[in-house]
Design a protein. Structure first.
Length: 197
């Protein structure tokens, strides 16, 4: 397995202060596995960053406590769940009511915990339909205090009605990929396949 040019080994080392030799080996192995799963022969910086997030952070250090989606106009909760969607090894599934597609805007509220301080916690979200990216959103939370539980609310506006596809076409074919960052450092990746019921 080869490395792509421009891998920043210093940055990777800074992500792993006090790491044991076994943990370094685990990160390298996991980074290679990420590349292999994508059928690539070169390991990228992102592969290493995702591997560090998986190997170095224990379940108790970060998690999503709960999440809900509301009609932004009425405030009515349309979906809520307590599953931690931050495991990058699993493609998670969510079953949401099809009436969510009729909302002008959806308010997403996430409760999350972190033992680590973060200066610029943010996320990038991409919506894929049959592996083709349809939408991309960027949200910033800001500072996270160590050993804290936080609630983050974001507004997601719907596409124009003329661009909306029917629920039966979207159901099972939409994957939302969310990448959580502390500034430019990838903290976690999540993929959720949506089913409209």
């Amino acid at each position: 397995m080869n490395l792509t040019r421009g891998i920043n080994l210093r940055k990777i080392a800074e992500m792993m202060p006090g790491a044991s030799g076994a943990e370094v080996k685990g990160v390298c192995t996991e980074a290679g596995m990420y590349a292999l799963r994508e059928r690539r022969v070169h390991v990228t910086q992102e592969d290493f960053e995702m591997a560090v997030a998986k190997v170095m952070q224990k379940d108790s250090e970060k998690n999503i406590n709960w999440m809900n989606l509301r009609d932004a106009d009425s405030g009515k909760v349309l979906w809520q769940g307590t599953e931690d969607f931050t495991n990058p090894e699993v493609e998670h599934e969510a079953r949401v009511p099809r009436k969510i597609l009729m909302c002008r805007a959806v308010s997403r509220e996430i409760s999350f915990s972190s033992v680590h301080a973060m200066e610029k916690f943010r996320l990038e979200q991409r919506v894929y339909f049959k592996d083709r990216m349809l939408e991309e959103w960027f949200f910033e939370f800001g500072t996270v205090i160590p050993s804290s539980t936080n609630t983050w609310q974001s507004l997601i506006e719907a596409a124009p009605e003329s661009q909306m596809m029917p629920a039966q076409v979207l159901s099972g074919n939409v994957v939302i990929e969310t990448k959580f960052f502390d500034d430019d450092l990838l903290v976690s990746t999540s993929k959720v396949r949506l089913f409209y019921i």
